[in-house]
Design a protein around this ligand. Sequence first.
Ligand SMILES: [Zn+2]
Length: 233
Amino acid sequence: MTDDLFRNDAYARDCTAAVTAVRDAALVLDRTVFYPMGGGQPGDTGRIEWDGQSVSVVDTRYGEAGEILHLLGPDPVMPAVGQEVRAVIDWDRRHRHMRMHTALHLLGAVLPYGVTGGNISAAKSRLDFDMEDTVDKAAAQAALDALVAADHPVRCRWISDEELDRQPELVRTMSVQPPRGQGRVRLLEIEGVDLQPCGGTHLASTGEVGQVRIGKVEKKGRRNRRVNIHLDD
Ligand SMILES: [Zn+2]
């Protein structure tokens, strides 16, 4: 099980760690700042350094039993198991993922329909909504801009299944039913805007999203509207 430092601090760009396993072309560390692909958010890229050597990480994925695999480029020089290393993410790319991810939470608040899918990349992201109506793009853009401008605080908190059971009103404010049975649930809260279970990396406040533009709205079936967003900077 890799200690997932990005869970408590999305702004951590690097960390020291020890190599716990070497796979074909992947490294497992005891702790990491690399986010593994999941929840529509891509895995981080970056590099792992030790003793004046370094390898590039081309993707990050979950392996078995909570292990996080740092997938390496071709013909990497492998550090030995036990080696102390420094893991450094490509921060510019990750920060764009955080802006996009946070912007999608805002989009989900602007368009109050069921979300059936989504995907994040550094330049373009999307959410699929279970809706038949047409999207008023100008109104949605204005509402999105207002949520960014209001600079709402964003925070994560853990809640136990029992606390959740004691506060059924909490669930009604969520767009997604939280997964039960693991003892606790990680909630993402944008104060007064959104509350839902989420394991991704987010910004500290909505103002940091910056300029986000609603692009094409695609009709993907009678009850499915795909809304694309872009970061133009
Ligand atoms: Zn999220």
